[in-house]
Ligand binder design. Sequence first.
Ligand code: ASP
Length: 332
Amino acid sequence: MKKILMIATGGTIASEMTPSGLAPELNPQQLLSFIPRIAEVCEVECLQLYSLDSTNIRPQHWLGIAQAVRENYDQYDGFVISHGTDTMAYTAAALSYLIQESPKPIVLTGAQKPIWFDSTDSKRNLTDAFLYACRGCGGVQIVFNGKVILGTRARKTCSKSFQAFSSVNYPDLAVLQDEHLLQYIVNDCGEKPVFYDKLDTNVGLLKLIPGTAAELVAFMADRYDGLIIESFGVGGLPQYEAEEFYPVIRDAVARGKIVVMTTQVPNEGSDLAVYHVGGHLKSTLRLLEAYDMTTEAAVAKLMWILGQTRDFDEVERLFYEPVAKDILYSVE
Ligand code: ASP
C-alpha cells in the first residue's frame, strides 16, 4: 500500500461556521474521518502545517509547505496538500518552482463547500487527490472536481461552483471518474526532486485600467524589484497625450528593475510585438513578457528567479526557460 503524507493548511474544506462566517478549524484527522474510503486506498499520515483561510497564505507559507515536503520526501510515495481555493493557484505555481522534477505526485486540493455540508465537493476532491497521489504522475498538480491541472497552469475561474479551476493555455492532464484515472498527458518529471528555498517577495502586480495614472506605475516601479504589468489584449502601454508611461518604465529598467508585461485577458497570452503600443516598448527596452504563462505563474516565477539573481541576462534566461511546462511560447 502506498504511503501518503497529508499536509493540511486550512481552507473551506476544513472550515466550521463561526458568527462571522466560515473559518478553518478542522484538523486533517477530522477531515479523513468523513471519508473512510481513503484508508482502503493508501496509508495516510498527517501534518497540520497551518489552519488558514488561503486569503492569508503568503510566500512564507509557500516556503513552509515546500520545506515540509522536502523534510518528508523520502518517507512517502506522494503528498496531498489540503488548501483554500482562493489562492491555491498561486501556491501551486510557487511549489512548481520550489520543487522541480519531482518523480512523486504533489497534489493540491480543497473544496468550495466544507466537508460537513450535505452538498459538498470536499469528499470527492479529497478522495480523488489521494487516488492521484497513489497512481498519478510526479510533479505539482491540482486535483479538483475530477480534473487534474498542472500546477503552473491553474487558475481559479469560478468563485462558487464546484468547477472552480481551469487549466490556462494548456490541457488538463487527466480526469478522475468513479475512481478511474484517465491520464491524458503524462507529466514528465525527473528522477530526483530539486528543491529551492529562496524567494524575493518584492514583486508587485499592477492591473491597468483605461486611464491608469502614470504616477501609479512610477510608484510601483519604485516600490518593487520586479513589476508585472497586466495590460490589455496582446499587450502594450498607454500613450496618453499628457501622461508619459514610457519614460517611467525606461527609468525603472535603467535602475535595474525587472518589468514583465502580461495581459489581463484570461486566455492565449501576450504578444507585445503585434501593436506599436507594445512593440515600441519591446524593441527599445530590456523588459520581459509572459506570453502564454499565467499571471500566477509569472508572479511566482519572478519571485523564484529574483531570489537567485538580479542580473538581467540571467533573469531573462530563467524566465523564458520552461519549468513544468509553464511557458510554451518559444522565444527566438
Ligand atoms: N476563502 C477560502 C480559502 O481560500 C475559500 C475556499 O477554500 O474555497 O481558504
